[in-house]
Design a protein around this ligand. Structure first.
Ligand code: KIV
Length: 278
């Protein structure tokens, strides 16, 4: 069944949990889609996971379109959400609408995601008015890493918990169809979830949110630069890859790969005729 922004809202109403993972390429997206995951986020975490940057600040619109379109080509049923990268929407409402439109037209997204609360409400309203579904993202918002001074849990004091609740309500009123809650205390995430009508998708927000999202390379133990507290490794694909690469290296060096069954054949007389007179 094709998942859309409307499906997500209906799932909350029915009390059904929503599953999401990130992806950045065709083959991974296809595997995730075939596994029945409801949504795929082409996150700007591609900056860390795919491009080797220390943060998401350097990720460009061209990066997001390039990877977003690859993911969209691999997906049949999951909702594809593409992240709006740093500085593609913060400076003006005009930038926000034009860039969201590019992610839909060129990236073939089903929705876009923006980080921030009160300060980006005019942008969210304008994008929604252009008939583009918007997913919000509050709590730890990695694009603001330089303002936060590090990757820290948010909403742990009265002022920041109040801001989180207010931002969630403002994003709901502005027309978001769902909100990501990143690195916030479980009780606060559950409170927000119970007090808004649109689904919350948690990452480091406990089990009380309407859905969960993880970076696929974290949950498969493929990304080893750091491991956030909330990550559970569901399979050790990183180790399986390392073993496969080592086995290949050994066989190439031992001359056991390629073997007979991997070879193409040529009739002896054809080869003889071809090399005659060489
Ligand atoms: O970029 C990303 O992967 C994200 C998720 C962590 C929610 O925004």
């Amino acid at each position: 069944m094709k998942n859309t922004s409307v499906t997500f809202k209906e799932m909350k109403k029915k009390g059904e949990k929503i599953s999401m993972l990130t992806a950045y390429d065709y083959s991974t997206a296809k595997l995730i889609d075939e596994s029945g995951i409801n949504g795929i986020l082409v996150g700007d975490s591609l900056g860390n996971v795919m491009l080797g940057y220390p943060d998401t600040v350097s990720v460009t619109m061209e990066d997001m379109i390039h990877h977003g379109a690859a993911v969209a080509r691999g997906v049949k049923d999951s909702l594809v959400v593409i992240d709006m990268p740093f500085m593609s929407y913060q400076a003006s409402v005009y930038d926000a609408v034009i860039n969201a439109g590019r992610l839909m037209k060129e990236g073939r997204a089903g929705a876009v995601k923006l980080e921030g609360g009160e300060e980006i409400i005019p942008q969210v309203q304008a994008i929604v008015k252009a008939s583009i579904p918007v997913m919000g993202h509050i709590g730890l918002t990695p694009q603001s890493i330089n303002a936060f001074g590090g990757y820290k849990a948010q909403g742990r004091d009265i002022a920041s918990a109040k801001k989180l609740i207010k931002d969630a309500k403002l994003l709901e009123e502005a027309g978001c169809f769902a909100i990501v809650l990143e690195c916030v205390p479980a009780e606060l995430a559950a409170y927000v979830t119970e007090n808004i009508s649109i689904p919350t998708i948690g990452i480091g927000g406990g089990a009380g949110t309407d859905g969960q999202i993880l970076v696929y390379a974290d949950m498969l133990a493929m990304f080893s630069d750091y491991k956030p507290k909330f990550v559970k490794q569901f399979a050790n694909v990183g180790e399986a890859m390392r073993e496969g690469f080592k086995a290949y290296d050994n066989e190439v060096k031992a001359g056991t790969y390629p073997a007979e069954e991997h070879n193409y054949t040529i009739a002896a007389e054809v080869l003889e005729a071809a090399v005659k007179g060489e």
